[in-house]
Ligand binder design. Structure first.
Ligand code: MG
Length: 395
C-alpha cells in the first residue's frame, strides 16, 4: 500500500487518495507499479508543453539572462515547496507534484503581457485565459495517444490545474462535462486541499524568486527591499547570525540567506495555520473539504506581509519602466502574429493551417490562439521577424 504511506505517516482521511480518484475522461486500467497521480505526473513531465516551459518567460524574457527563472524552473520550485508542505500535512504529495508541474502549461510566450495581448485579440471569440488554457493543453492540445486527444489526466489533477475560471467558461465546461471540473465555480465549492496548496505554493515561490531575480537584474535593490517587512525581518536575522555578510562581498549570500529564511518561515506558517484550520473544521474526507471554506492558508499576519511584498514587486519590478518597455514590444509581437495568421492561415504549419481553414471564423481564431499560446518566447520572436521583417526582440 505504497500510496497511503508517506514519510512513515499515513495519508490523512481528507487527502486525495489515489485509489479513490474520480477517474479519467477515458477510463484506463490501473498502472502496475504507479499510483494514478504518479502516472499523471509522469504524463505531464513527458508532454511537449512541459518542455516548452524552459523557453517561456516568468518575469524576465528568457534571453535576458541565463540565470533568471523561466516557467520551467518556476514550476519545479512550486512543486518542491508544494511537496514539502504536503508531506507535513499528510496530503498526497504525488497529486501536489502533478498539479504544480502542470499549473503553468497554458501560459503564452512573454508571461502575463503575452496573455493579456492574446486575450485582447480573442475578445470577440471567447477570450484567452491561461488557467483554462492549461486545462486545454492536457485535455485537448497534446497529441501523444492514438485513441484520444490530450493526456487523459485524473479528475483531481485537472481540478487543480483549473485554478480560476469565469462563470461563462465554467458553464461551457459543465455542458461538456456534467459534474466535472467546472462545477465548483458555479456552486462556490473549493477544490481539494492538494489543489489549494498548489495555489499558495505558487505564490510563495514567485514572491521569493522574483525578489532574487529582481535584485540580480539590478532593477530592484536590497536597500529598497528594506522597506518590505517580510524581507527586512529575515535580512536582519541573517545579519545577526552571520555578521560577515555585512561586507560588500557578502551581499549575494546575504540575499540568498534572507530568501531562504523567508521561504522556510512561510512554509512553517502555512503548515501551522492550515493545521489549525483543519483541526477546527475536522473534515472527514475530501468531499467535506470541497464543501468547506478554503483551508490551506497563511496566518493573518503572514497573509498581510505576503501581500505587502507582492505589492512592492508589482510597483517596483513588474511595472518597472524597463520591464514595461520589453513587454510592450512582446505584446506587439503577439498582436501582429495573431493578425497575420488569422488573415493568412497557411503561414502556420500545415496541421494548424488545415484546421484553421476548415473551421468558421470563431474556430479559426481559436486555432491561431492555441498555436501562438504554445510558442516559446524565441519561436514567437523569430516567427514575427520572418513574417514582418522587423526584429523587435533579441530572442
Ligand atoms: Mg505559476
Amino acid at each position: 500500500m505504497q500510496h497511503v504511506m508517506m514519510n512513515h505517516r499515513p495519508l490523512a482521511s481528507y487527502a486525495c487518495h489515489s485509489d479513490q480518484n474520480r477517474g479519467r475522461r477515458f477510463p484506463q486500467p490501473p498502472a502496475p507499479t504507479r499510483s494514478e497521480f504518479q502516472r499523471d505526473r509522469d504524463r505531464i513531465v513527458h508532454s511537449t508543453a512541459f518542455r516548452r516551459l524552459v523557453y517561456k518567460t516568468q518575469v524576465f524574457l528568457n534571453h535576458e539572462g541565463d540565470l533568471f527563472r523561466t516557467r520551467l524552473t518556476h514550476s519545479l520550485e512550486v512543486a518542491q515547496l508544494g511537496r514539502s508542505i504536503a508531506r507535513s500535512l499528510a496530503l498526497n504529495e504525488d497529486l501536489v507534484e502533478a498539479i504544480c508541474l502542470a499549473h503553468d502549461l497554458g501560459h503564452t510566450p512573454f508571461g502575463h503581457a503575452g496573455q493579456d495581448a492574446l486575450n485582447e485579440c480573442m475578445k470577440d471569440c471567447g477570450g484567452f485565459e491561461h488557467n483554462l488554457q492549461s486545462l486545454r493543453v492536457v485535455d485537448t492540445l497534446e497529441e501523444r495517444y492514438p485513441e484520444y486527444d490530450g493526456i487523459n489526466l485524473t479528475f483531481e489533477t485537472r481540478e487543480g490545474i483549473l485554478k480560476h475560471c469565469s462563470r461563462r467558461n465554467a458553464e461551457l465546461i459543465e455542458q461538456r462535462e456534467p459534474h466535472g471540473v467546472g462545477e465548483r465555480f458555479l456552486r462556490g465549492w473549493q477544490p481539494s486541499l492538494e489543489a489549494q496548496l498548489c495555489n499558495l505554493a505558487d505564490e510563495i515561490a514567485y514572491n521569493a524568486h522574483d525578489v532574487d531575480d529582481g535584485v540580480r537584474s539590478g532593477l530592484i535593490s536590497m536597500e529598497q527591499l528594506c522597506s518590505v517587512p517580510l524581507f527586512e525581518r529575515y535580512r536582519l536575522q541573517a545579519l545577526a547570525a552571520h555578521p560577515q555578510l555585512q561586507e560588500e562581498f557578502g551581499q549575494r549570500r546575504l540575499l540568498n540567506e534572507t530568501i531562504r529564511r523567508m521561504l522556510s518561515d512561510q512554509v512553517y506558517d502555512v503548515i501551522n495555520a492550515t493545521s489549525r484550520a483543519i483541526s477546527r473544521l475536522a473534515p472527514g474526507n475530501v468531499d467535506d473539504v470541497r464543501h468547506a471554506p478554503a483551508l490551506v492558508q497563511f496566518s493573518a499576519e503572514m497573509r498581510a506581509e505576503s501581500l505587502a511584498l507582492k505589492q512592492f514587486l508589482f510597483r517596483e519590478l513588474y511595472r518597472h519602466a524597463q520591464v514595461m518597455e520589453t513587454m510592450a514590444l512582446a505584446q506587439r509581437v503577439i498582436r501582429e502574429l495573431f493578425a497575420i495568421y488569422l488573415q493568412n492561415p497557411s503561414e502556420m504549419p500545415p496541421a494548424q493551417a488545415a484546421q484553421a481553414l476548415a473551421g468558421d471564423a470563431f474556430k479559426r481564431a481559436r486555432v491561431v490562439a492555441d498555436f501562438i499560446a504554445g510558442m516559446t518566447d524565441r519561436y514567437a520572436g523569430r516567427e514575427h521577424e520572418r513574417l514582418t521583417g522587423s526584429r523587435l526582440l533579441n530572442a
